[in-house]
Design a protein around this ligand. Structure first.
Ligand code: FUC
Length: 824
């Protein structure tokens, strides 16, 4: 009986697979005329849980396999239990300016004693060896990001071979289809291999299996077990078992379904039966015809991807392979590469962050190593947040969910850290976390002593609400926000000079002030103050909307009043620290105090022009070229400085080809469009996608700002489906640098205020002229008033010269769409 079922499955798959994998759309493809020789040339596929890097080598095809829960170690914590014994002294020495003593104590009593975070690890490789393909011609390799499918074709001795691969979203398996245009031409061996495997081999004449366990790290034994299986379904020819591998001979067509699972259930529990899970997924997929697997995959993917269509026109430069286009980008006009790169960011987020799964880590879900850089974990002093900047506005709110869940988890693990280390209520996280949701201080005090991870992450809880207006969701996350605030209610301390309330000890990520004895530890760094201002404001607003906790509201308002104001230092710069310690030659990659400009909105050209200028001075001092993520951030920042041409310059810096082998020393882009820190780090991809959006649409300054930072070079273009606060969905068409048409869908109703670079009209509706002095009545657009900055007597403050814009109000109804056109 079993045999018959298996036979039916095989026939079913083969017979329905003849139609191939769909149509062309050249604009949304990464393509190459040679196979990948190194990892940074291979192309990523993923369904949130399974990650795959495909090399496309005609002879030795390698599918490097990741599973998002495969991390070293096991459930663990890393709070230093001595924290509460030393915290008072550390604070005392910081206020006395004895930073070295503070640092020595912090390293001993606050930094984790042993665990600095687990490593995200590769499961291993699935290898296909085609020994007869040594001499090939007509090679082509592509990743179609409109369908999330990898394809390679080439010719050997007059036969054309084709490989098509996808990681199915709904069926949660890898599907590989091998074809040749002549019968009986497919002969190869297949096998698993991996550094962390315990055993691998054939378990029957069609099936390979590899089992293994994650690495032991920092004294925690590896406890994540994986089970990977691959079933080979051949049309014609034969399969035999050959020393732990399967040999396929003379087949016409072959389909391989690969499944992988781990025993991970959640950050505290490892009790899933990995073998059963991988078999169940494999068996379920094998019951479906390939055509169905494919169409279900493409439609699940496109349900997300197709929401945004972006067009900047094209040029002859776009006809070349992707790696050459990146190389030429600085000198050849290739606007389509910007759209491709933008959409690749959306592709990566859809493929690495699916509801119910883990959030994208430093490398998303793609990591070829068992010892990756920075453990490929979650660095939450910028990188993890940046990963999610595109989520809401690029119409991928579902992809934000894993991060929201991680924050919920941290509010549990971090409550124990707050208590153990600082004897505080609420929850706290420092600058790193991992799959086990550690919240202690990692590495060393100068980088890790940053008790602000929870404060930054929590901004995402509110930000998500601003887009959807979903009060049920807000009620779900409110306890996390409230508890994040509670930590600072307990932890803030009065500094001796101005009597402001500050966080101490902390750092301005990962920078050291001049004249600070080479020590980063400080109190009241500007970013800390900005983060707490926002956290308290958002907690207050949520409590008001949900009609909860009136005492908390009063208490937080009082504390907010006692936070330090932002300060403008002697060079006219926004100060990074409480003291005027900035060095104008400092090129540090972090620009933490510019959080207030983006992603925060405490600095605005319209309401805080002096701070706006001071923020610009910082960015000019810091310069452009830096690590990938730093350049990605700067695209957003220049967009918020309303300078599209400078933002475009940063995009060019980011789209600089970096050698995939030597990896270089500067940020840029690898041939596979992966962002380079170096090495590969995915945040820069997401940061740049976010930044491009911010050049076209902003919603933080009390209105929906259309084309606020359009570079001169982007004279004509269109974008559809962007999301704005207050449940609006926005599409824009522009020509000769002027807005031609805006289509606004209102999902929640309410006043729509738009700011546009040229006059627009709307048929059958009245547009009322609006101004910044009368507030937008739509509460989703309410901006918050910050304290007047303190300005150094030596600072020169110039005026802000803004381009003329037009601002209109009109009433909207939920579910209706409104069209505005250029006024002729
Ligand atoms: C932070 C950054 C580094 C790097 C690391 C993963 O520490 O300062 O540049 O991105 O995270």
């Amino acid at each position: 009986m079993k045999g018959i079922i298996q036979f039916c499955t095989i026939v079913c798959i083969i017979l329905t697979s003849a139609t191939g994998f769909g149509q062309d759309n050249d604009g949304l493809k990464l393509w190459y005329n040679k196979p990948a020789t190194v990892w940074n040339e291979a192309l990523p596929l993923g369904n949130g849980r399974i990650g795959l890097m495909v090399f496309g080598d005609p002879v030795n095809e390698k599918l490097q396999l990741n599973e998002s829960t495969f991390w070293s170690g096991g459930p663990s914590r890393n709070d230093n239990p001595d924290g509460h014994l030393v915290i008072d002294s550390v604070q005392y020495y910081i206020f006395k300016g004895e930073y070295k003593r503070a640092e020595i104590l912090a390293n001993k009593g606050l930094t984790a004693k042993q665990l600095h975070g687990a490593m995200y690890q590769t499961v291993g490789d699935f290898n296909l060896n085609f020994e007869n393909n040594q001499v090939y011609t007509d090679y082509y390799r592509e990743l179609d990001i409109e369908k999330a499918i990898f394809t390679t074709t080439f010719k050997v001795n007059g036969t054309t071979y084709k490989r098509e691969i996808f990681t199915s979203f709904p069926d949660d398996v890898i599907v590989v289809k091998l074809t040749a245009n002549k019968p009986g031409m497919l002969s190869f061996t297949a096998g698993f291999d991996g550094e962390l495997q315990k055993n691998s081999g054939a378990i029957d004449k069609n099936t390979l299996q590899m089992k293994g366990v994650s690495g032991t790290h920092e004294g925690v034994s590896g406890q994540v077990k994986f089970d990977a299986k691959a079933k080979i379904v051949n049309d014609g020819g034969s399969i035999s078992v050959e020393s732990g591998k399967l040999r396929v001979s003379k087949a016409n067509e072959v389909v391989i379904i690969i499944s992988v699972a781990t025993n991970f259930t959640n950050y505290a529990t490892l009790d899933t039966d990995e073998s059963k899970k991988s078999s169940n997924k494999l068996d379920a997929a094998l019951k479906k015809p390939l055509k169905k697997l494919l169409s279900a995959h493409v439609s699940a993917y496109q349900n997300y991807f197709n929401r945004v269509v972006f067009n900047l026109g094209t040029s002859a430069a776009s006809k070349l392979p992707t790696d050459i286009r990146i190389k030429n980008f600085a000198t050849a006009y290739d606007p389509q590469l910007i759209c491709l790169y933008y959409q690749f960011g959306r592709y990566l987020l859809i493929s690495s962050s699916q509801p119910g799964g883990q959030p994208a880590n430093l490398q998303g879900i793609w990591n070829g190593s068992t010892k990756p850089a920075w453990d490929s974990k979650y660095t939450i002093n910028i990188n993890t947040e940046m990963n999610y900047w595109p989520a809401e506005k690029c119409n991928l709110p579902e992809m934000h969910e894993p991060l929201i869940q991680l924050i919920k988890d941290l509010s549990v693990t971090g409550a124990e850290t707050a208590k153990t280390m600082y004897k505080s209520g609420g929850w706290v996280a420092h600058h790193n976390t991992d799959i086990w949701r550690i919240t202690g201080v990692v590495d060393f005090a100068n980088a890790g002593q940053w008790p602000m991870g929870g404060a930054w992450l929590s901004q995402h809880l509110w930000e998500k609400y601003l887009y959807s207006g979903n009060k049920e969701y807000l009620a779900f996350v409110y306890p996390v926000l409230k508890s994040a605030s509670k930590f600072y209610q307990d932890f803030l301390i009065e500094e001796p000079t101005h009597k402001w309330l500050v966080v101490s000890p902390s750092v301005s990520p990962e920078n050291t002030p001049d004249g600070h004895q080479g020590i980063a530890l400080t109190a009241g760094a500007t970013m800390d103050n900005q983060l707490i201002f926002d956290l308290f404001t958002k907690t207050i607003k949520s409590a008001q909307i949900l009609k909860k906790d009136p005492e908390t509201i009063i208490e937080l308002e009082k504390l907010k009043d006692r936070l330090p104001p932002m300060q403008i230092g002697r060079y006219g710069q926004l100060q990074e620290w409480l003291g005027d310690w900035d060095n104008p030659d400092d090129k540090h990659r972090h620009v933490s105090h510019l959080y207030g400009l983006y992603p925060g909105n405490q600095i605005s050209p319209y309401t805080t022009p002096q701070l706006f200028n001071a923020a610009k001075t910082v960015l000019v001092h810091r310069g452009d070229v830096s690590t990938g993520w730093s350049m990605g951030w700067k695209v957003n920042l220049w967009a918020h400085l309303l300078d599209g041409n400078h933002a475009n310059k940063l995009i060019k810096d980011q789209l600089t080809l970096v050698d995939p082998i030597t990896r270089g020393e500067k940020g840029g882009t690898y041939p596979n469009l992966f962002d380079v820190h170096p090495p590969f780090q995915i945040d820069g991809n997401f940061g740049c996608t976010s930044g491009i959006t911010e050049m076209l649409l902003q919603t933080q300054n009390g209105a929906i700002d259309i084309l606020p930072a359009l570079p001169d070079e982007w004279a004509n273009g269109s974008i559809t489906g962007l999301r704005a606060y207050g449940g609006f969905e926005v599409s824009i068409v522009w020509k000769n640098n002027k807005v031609q048409q805006i289509t606004l869908k209102s999902n929640l109703g309410g006043n729509c205020r738009i700011r546009v670079p040229n006059e627009v009209v709307m048929k059958a509706n009245t547009l009322t002229t609006a101004s910044d002095s009368n507030l937008n009545p739509n509460s989703f657009f309410k901006t918050d008033t910050v304290k007047q900055p303190l300005i150094s007597a030596s600072a020169t403050i110039s005026d802000v010269n803004l381009k003329k814009t037009y601002m209109y109000d009109f009433a909207t109804q939920a579910g209706k769409t409104y069209v505005l056109n250029l006024k002729n």
